[in-house]
Design a protein around this ligand. Structure first.
Ligand code: PLP
Length: 402
């Protein structure tokens, strides 16, 4: 390896974001390969016993075991950190491994969390079913309501945990206000940025402490692998999260890391083109349905806030049809091009019915609180020609009587 500790950060830091996405975190081996190498290895060998002893003693930099470090995984960590503007990043096996690790590393028994109530189902599940078993309580609030964040703070509140835009209602949290409020009260913010990625929104610029990802979504963007990432300060990532991961093992496989690493080279292009397509398709859908939830449309209640903190509005939006679950199912079943799928961020357009899939385990009351209506459909707009997507939706709406 030319550099076992990565590209020179001082060089990488001079680059603009598009360059970082392609170049940061490239460690060339002595073979001079153009494309980043896939180090599919669990272990490492050493020239002598002194070397391995020095590495285990932390006196020498270098690989020891792929649960601790792997060159391909490290390249991905460096690239994500540089794109995010973070001091450091660790990647995990999935988005949920990332969220769970981040929360377990920040919280102890007796602590309290304030969480946005519109959230990915499994994020809510961790709060309700895991953290509570260890005496960690939480208050779920309407993340759009700045006052609600303030009112929910207790003396033992340690973490604000939210996503923005949130799944599937596209609720926007005011990053500057909420992160500032947290700072003023000694509370850490953990922002799930899966819907936007660093290509469209960088929460650290607004004062967030931790940015956590499902890299499965827009980062891979081609529906191939699961992966997660957590970004933050060098001190916290390397001093707190890294030992936790090393000893508990939610690590990302080198193969999956390599797939995401190569995908990041096109993330900016995909995120912006899919955002543009989602606006074109969204304008058409808005003209046909009674309720539209797309942060990029002027009709969206939080459009101005979204425009302030996002570079573009992303590939995902939701809408509601009048005829409830039956009519929503009829739309899905009439689609000829767009696939029925609960995944998002993909370059293929995908649609799902959140109430019966991603938000099914919340129960009807949970869905009512989170604003997930029976007639709601969520669409991830891909890289197809938007005119083809509009034609497909048009014929599906006609057949479903929308
Ligand atoms: C998908 C998703 C997750 C979970 O990520 P996985 O990679 O599926 O484990 C968490 N948060 C949000 C907002 C997501 O969309």
């Amino acid at each position: 390896m030319k550099k076992t500790t990565g590209t020179d950060r001082s060089i990488s830091e001079k680059w603009r974001p598009a360059t970082r996405a392609v170049r940061s975190g490239t460690w060339r081996s002595d073979k001079g390969e153009t494309s980043e190498a896939l180090f599919l290895t669990s272990g490492y060998t050493y020239d002598d016993a002194e070397t391995v002893a020095a590495r285990f003693a932390g006196e020498q930099v270098g690989m020891q075991y792929s649960r601790f470090q792997n060159p391909t995984v490290a390249m991905l960590e460096e690239r994500i950190a540089m794109m995010e503007g973070a001091e450091a990043c660790k990647v995990q096996a999935s988005g949920m491994a990332a969220m769970t690790s981040a929360l377990l590393c920040m919280l102890s028994s007796g602590d309290h969390v304030v969480a946005g109530r519109a959230a990915f189902g499994s994020c809510r599940w961790i709060l309700d079913n895991v953290l509570n078993r260890f005496g960690i309580t939480h208050t779920a609030i309407d993340g759009r309501d700045n006052e609600a964040w303030e009112k929910a703070i207790q003396p033992n509140t340690k973490v604000f945990f939210f996503e923005t835009p949130a799944n599937p209602t596209m609720d926007i949290v005011d990053l500057e206000f909420v992160c500032g409020l947290a700072r003023a009260n000694g509370i850490k913010t953990v922002v799930d940025n899966a819907f936007a990625t660093a290509a469209l929104q960088r929460p650290l610029e607004f004062g967030a402490d931790i940015v956590a990802y499902s890299a499965t979504k827009l980062m891979d963007g081609q529906g191939r692998v699961l992966a997660g990432a957590v970004c933050g300060t060098d001190e916290w990532i390397n001093g707190v999260l890294s030992p936790f991961q090393r000893n508990t093992g939610p690590i990302c496989s080198p193969f999956n890391a390599w797939v995401v690493l190569k995908a990041l080279e096109t993330l900016n292009l995909r995120a912006h083109k899919q955002s543009e397509n989602a606006l074109a398709v969204g304008k058409f859908v808005e003209s046909k349905v009674p309720k539209m939830l797309h942060p990029g449309l002027p009709s969206f209640a939080q459009h101005n806030l979204a425009a302030r903190q996002m570079d573009a509005f992303g590939p995902i939006f939701s809408f509601v049809v009048d005829g409830g679950r039956d009519q929503a199912f009829a739309v899905l079943n009439a689609l000829e091009l767009i696939d029925i799928s609960n995944n998002i961020g993909d370059s293929k357009s995908l649609m799902c019915h959140p109430a019966s899939t991603t938000h099914n385990n919340m129960g009807p009351e949970g869905r009512a609180i989170a604003g997930v209506e029976d007639g709601m459909l969520r669409l991830n707009v891909g890289l197809e020609d938007p005119e083809d997507l509009i034609e497909d939706l048009d014929q599906a709406f006609v057949r479903a009587g929308v």
